[in-house]
Design a protein. Sequence first.
Length: 275
Amino acid sequence: MTALGLFQSGAQLTSADGFATLLTSQSVISTLSTRPAPLPAEPPHDDTLGAALGGAARRERRKQARPGELLDAALDLFVEKGFTATRVEEVAARAGVSKGTLFLYFPSKEELFKAVVRESIVGRFDEWSAQIDQFPGSTGEMLRACYQAWWERIGNTRASGITKLMLCEAGNFPEIAQFYQHEVIEPAQQLIRRVLARGVASGEFRAVDPVYAVHAIIAPLMFLMLTKHSMGACVPNAADFDPQTFIDHQIDGLLYGLCVRPALAVPASPLPSPP
């Protein structure tokens, strides 16, 4: 067979036969084709586990945030509607959960209200106590700082509406009234008594009866809270009423009454005329 015949017969081999024919002038070498086999297809990426872990993390974060969301919704409703009119179903709906979920965290409306008060008001007392201990200025400056801190952290926030609620409804709920007395009123009055005692001890304030002096300091704050949540419609020119200016005037008046003032000069008796 000639080289041409071999070429023609080799040309009839197909790739399916798996051979390649190499022609030379000396011989014909048939070798197995070395074409690489296609790589197996990569299996589809399954992120089921990652999605599950991510979902679990989101649910855990949501679970941790849920009590705060319930307290926030409850504060809104208690201030808007009062304790009696607020229903736990409304609180749960506003927080985006079921009533059953709410009861997992707070077993009753009373316990929910207590948690709101502790979160919004009671939690401030330890911070303010430490600031009183460390305050470097005069007691008059401390009293101004106390008023300002109260206004920024409670008086000018939704939490001030809790005072109105308690004034209106505490008589109908003795347990709630006792709780508020023990956890809000008594600690707040104790802080004020410490300020007064500091001023008396330093000689800045004259000696006063702390029982009544405490109420003199609290009264302007009560007025502001009631004005904000109830009496605003009854106050002439309420739109022009500036709480900060009111606070400044009240502090000036309190300090004028509290601070020790130089004794008034007593005119000397006239000397007797010489005989």
